[in-house]
Design a protein around this ligand. Structure first.
Ligand SMILES: Nc1nc2c(ncn2[C@@H]2O[C@H](COP(=O)(O)OP(=O)(O)OP(=O)(O)O)[C@@H](O)[C@H]2O)c(=O)[nH]1
Length: 379
């Protein structure tokens, strides 16, 4: 359906805005070049047509502002200065093209009526071109066409031009507005669908399908950003690596499906007990990684203890079974200048200590420290 609008979920709205901005930038660049080339060709052609002096000057004067807008667009694109909202730039280009084609029509109706058929073609091209600049579909289409057309009809009345006589020349251009509207809405719908498909694929590639958590690949990007942030601003961050205790027994006793449910419930409990800015991811198998931005080791250890209780204190219900599943955690914090893999290996060593220490506990390893701290289970 042409006028059916695929809605963008709120979580992707701001990414969609960025995507539209990119599209607007590209279209503004193409429009800038096209208008510049077309206006130069028209100007040269006009000089050779040897048309009446008055209309010659009027045409040149009317083209000048559009040419300036087109050159300004190219200047903004290639120098990145000044910073102009590409949506606004497109609107200015569209309105200037509308202004040019409509005022050329009025000028020819006044001074050179024999050339009105040519002007009718100019209007058609102008209307179609402006429709293509309407990246956001119908909502922009109204603002781009309605206001200029109202001014145009007001101008016809003011300069006392017979509307009835002009109507045959205006019929095709007005039909072109409808054609442009259909094409523009279809393109806008295509862009939305393309954006949604791309986002869904991206999200599929970054999400663990069982738990809905981010996967190992996705977390690497976040970790690299945190390392950069540490290097620039010294903001600390910590890692908590968790591993379900004796999880093989759950699978062996109740089956893999029940094991899956336990894994999902564990992931949910971890998610429910961390702050909004913290990230929980499935590191692999029955291992889960929690990343805590702006958190020193001591606080991270306290968080791990809270998470341990959240998982282990209340039994989980899966397929009618009540299962008491505990978890062990290895905690560490990032140390200046080290590779993130070193931090992860340290969290793994801490996890090993927690397992060695009897499971259902959180152990930590400080960067460069010999002896690990360990929080024994209180259960
Ligand atoms: N149901 C289910 N099981 C998984 C999944 N990923 C890994 N496992 C199981 O997790 C179990 C991990 O077993 P082990 O590495 O021996 O460790 P454990 O039994 O948890 O014992 P400790 O870690 O030493 O406390 C294996 O049986 C895996 O098959 C999964 O996605 N779903």
């Amino acid at each position: 359906m042409i006028f059916h609008r695929t809605s963008i979920p709120p979580k992707w709205q701001s990414t969609y805005e960025d995507f539209l901005c990119q599209v607007e930038k590209q279209i503004a660049l193409v429009a800038g070049w096209l208008i510049t080339v077309i206006l130069v060709i028209y100007q040269v052609n006009q000089n050779q047509r040897g048309i009446d002096g008055n209309i010659h000057i009027i045409e040149t004067l009317l083209r000048a502002p559009v040419m300036l807008v087109a050159l300004f667009t190219l200047f903004v694109h290639y120098t990145k200065k000044p910073q102009v909202d590409p949506g606004l730039l497109l609107r200015v280009i569209a309105l200037s093209v509308m202004g040019l084609s409509l005022s050329l029509f009025v000028a020819h109706a006044l001074y050179s009526p024999d050339t009105l058929y040519q002007m009718s073609n100019v209007l058609m091209i102008g209307f179609f071109g402006v429709s293509m600049l309407s990246v956001r579909g119908l909502e922009q289409w109204w603002t781009l066409f309605v206001l200029p057309l109202m001014l145009f009809f007001a101008a016809l009345v003011i300069v006392d031009l017979e509307f009835k006589q002009l109507l045959p020349f205006l019929f095709d251009p007005l039909v072109m507005i409808f054609v442009g509207m259909v094409v523009s809405c279809s393109l806008s719908q295509l862009r939305r669908s393309e954006f949604l498909t791309r986002q869904q694929l991206k999200s599929l590639a970054l999400t663990d399908q069982l738990t809905g958590l981010l996967n190992r690949h996705a977390i690497h990007t976040s970790l690299e950003q945190l390392v950069t942030r540490y290097a620039r601003h010294g903001h600390p961050f910590s890692l908590i690596l968790g591993d379900l205790d004796k999880f093989k027994r759950v699978n062996d006793s109740y089956g893999h499906n029940v094991g899956d449910e336990v894994l999902i419930e564990t992931a949910n409990r971890l998610q429910d007990h961390v702050r909004a800015g913290d990230i929980v991811c499935r590191w692999g198998g029955e291992e889960l990684l929690v990343v805590l931005p702006d958190t020193e080791l001591d606080s991270a250890l306290a968080v791990a203890e809270k998470l341990r209780c959240a998982v282990g204190e209340t039994p989980m219900t899966a397929a009618g079974h009540s299962i008491k599943q505990t978890i062990s955690f290895g905690v560490t914090c990032y140390h200046d200048g080290e590779h993130i893999d070193t931090t992860i290996m340290r969290a793994d060593s801490a996890l090993y200590l927690a397992k060695e220490g009897g499971r259902n506990r959180a152990a930590s390893v400080e960067p460069g420290a010999g002896a690990p701290d360990s929080i024994p289970a209180t259960l």
